[in-house]
Every structure is written in structure tokens, then in C-alpha cells.
Design a protein around this ligand. Sequence first.
Ligand code: FAD
Length: 347
Amino acid sequence: MSGYQLGENVSLAGRNTFRIPARAEILADVKNSDALAELFDFAMLRSGPVMVLGEGSNILFAADVPGVVICLTMSEINIIRDEGDVALVRADAGVNWNDFIGWTLGRGLLGLENMSLIPGTVGACPIQNIGAYGVEAGEFIETVEVFDRQSQRMKRIGKAECEFAYRDSLFKQDLNRYVICAVEFLLPRHRELKLDYAGVREELSGMGIENPRAVHVAEAISRIRTRKLPNPAILGNAGSFFKNPIIPAAQAEQLKSQYDQLPSYPGDSDDTRKISAAWLIENAGWKGFRDGDAGIAEQHALVLVNYGNATGQQLLGLARRVAKSVYEKFGVHIEPEPRIIGASFFE
Ligand SMILES: Cc1cc2nc3c(=O)[nH]c(=O)nc-3n(C[C@H](O)[C@H](O)[C@H](O)COP(=O)(O)OP(=O)(O)OC[C@H]3O[C@@H](n4cnc5c(N)ncnc54)[C@H](O)[C@@H]3O)c2cc1C
């Protein structure tokens, strides 16, 4: 029996959080990684493109998708080595990320709690090295199991080769090469909690928790996120649409001298600074803007929203207008975080 199931001309409306009704020419639900070689042969014979789709929470469909869209449905989680203080946990690509965090915390394994309620799958977490509240997935990833389309074989890629950086990795740099089938995480049983980020302590004390444990942190962060970000089940969105730009330190200082409220953080080297894209967009006047069904969220200037029937092209058009006006006002280029399918952000 084949390890995948094919559908033709399938709507992706329920498979992306912007809820864009793009269609996949062929949708393949894949039940095990052994099926991938055969599936790529099938795609090659049709000479069409292939893309992998997780839960579609970091994708903007600006057009229908030709060729084959792969969805991995494998969803096992196992402890593969337990050394007491730390354990090595393997999760299949199809596992929901937040469910995975719950699974680890339920077994006393720590570290992922600050990334609670980030939508999406385990398979997508290495792609942009997801992160929130001062923690990134790459800190805990030991190995990524991939199907390498170049060699047509399964391969294990160790942490050092993954090139994790701010919203970036080896996998993001070459989106058409690797299908991530499973991820191994090394998780400690003892670890100082990270509470010094955007209102976490205040939330915990509001919950009446004096000596928090990791589960309390997960709960506090889930509460903050639920308040701050529009729920994609109600209002289509892909979370932060723009990355925080990393700019030369001298330019950041010059901007700070003009706008002393502009938040800035260390960059990726001594000569650079990361500045807040949300602040730039809000101060260019876009927060709460709406044009038809495409808009910028009222709660958060970084979040592009679909009020109902916006097309991918309309959302993309609005995003380009925002980026252009930020550049005109502040001289800073902002770039999208989600993958855009069927168009390029830069015209
Ligand atoms: C409300 C909201 C809040 C968010 N908050 C955050 C946040 O705080 N921090 C953060 O980092 N992100 C955040 N995101 C973005 C998103 O949740 C993450 O990027 C997530 O990892 C995407 O997972 P996914 O399964 O939906 O991937 P998709 O959106 O389906 O895919 C994303 C990319 O990964 C590729 N891909 C997916 N699975 C695989 C695989 N198995 N193998 C190879 N390639 C694959 C896709 O081709 C695509 O390029 C948020 C999104 C939303 C909607």
C-alpha cells in the first residue's frame, strides 16, 4: 500500500491561517517518510514543482499552487535517550508544535515553554528557527532528519550544520531542497526559567503565582499571546508579517537621535542593531489601517490580517505599500517573514 494519498485540485482555504482559498493542483498527504522517494519520482514524471506545507501559518498564497503540495501526517513522539538530567526527544514533522510543548512539559522536560502557542508543526520549527519571549527552537534542536531532494536519500543534519540564526536556518536558505521528516530535541529537566521578557513576570503575578514552574510560564505566555495577537481561527493572519530589520549600528544611532522611543536590540554582530519593525510600521501610521478586506491589525502593527475575502494579491499589495512607506519615512527596508507563494515580495 502506498504511503501517500493524492487529491486533485484541492482547496487550501482550511490549510493556511490567512484562509486564502488558493488551490493545489495535487495535494499529497504523506503517512511515512519512506514514501517520499516514490512521491518525488511521481512529481518528476509530471515535471511540476513540489512544495511542503505544514499548518500554513507562515505562508501567503498569492496564487494557486501548480504541481504537488506535500503535507506530512506522521505524528509520533518518543524519548530516544534519557540521561536523567536531560533527555533526547524525537518528534515527527506532523506533530502540532504546541501539543509537543505540552507533551514535553508533562514529562518534566523544560526549555520550550516560552514558545507556547506558536502555531504550526514540529517539521516547520527549524525552517525559520521559530522563537518567542527570548527563546529560539534552535537552542534545543540536536538533529534534523530530512529527505534530501538532491541525493534522494534520508539524511541526519546536526545542530552545527543547521546554521540557526534570527528567523533563519540552512533550511530556509534552500526551501526546495529538504523535506523535514522529524526533529530531535535535547531537553533538560532543570533549567532557570526565562521570565525577563515583555510582561511575563507581571502576568504570573496577576495569576497569583509566586514560585513559577515551566507549566505556569507556558500558561502565562499563552494568556499574553491570546490577548495580544488576533486568533487566526477568527481573523486570518500569519502572525508577524515583517521581520525586525537588522541595520548598521551607526544608522540605528542616527535614528535613535531622531526618535528616542525606537526600540533597538543587539544585532548579529557588534556593528549592527536589530530595531522594532512594529514601531516603524505604527509610526508610519499603518496600525489599524484597512483597505477592503486587507488590513493591519488593530492590536499589533506587525500583523497583516484578512477580514474575510481578501485575496493573497491584495494582502501582498498592502504589505508592499507598508514596506515602501516605512522606507520613505525611516530609510529602513523591512522584509516579510512568511513564505510568499506565486509572487515575489520585491517587484
Ligand atoms: C498567530 C500567529 C503567531 C505566530 N507567532 C510566531 C512567533 O511568535 N514566533 C515565530 O517564530 N513564528 C510565529 N508564527 C509563524 C509560524 O507559526 C511559524 O513559522 C511556524 O513554524 C510555521 O509552521 P507551519 O507548520 O504552519 O508551517 P507552514 O506555514 O506550512 O510553512 C512554513 C515554511 O516551512 C516550510 N515547511 C513546513 N513544513 C516543512 C517540512 N516538514 N519540511 C520542509 N519544509 C517545511 C514551508 O514550505 C514554508 O516554507 C506565528 C504565526 C501565527 C499565525
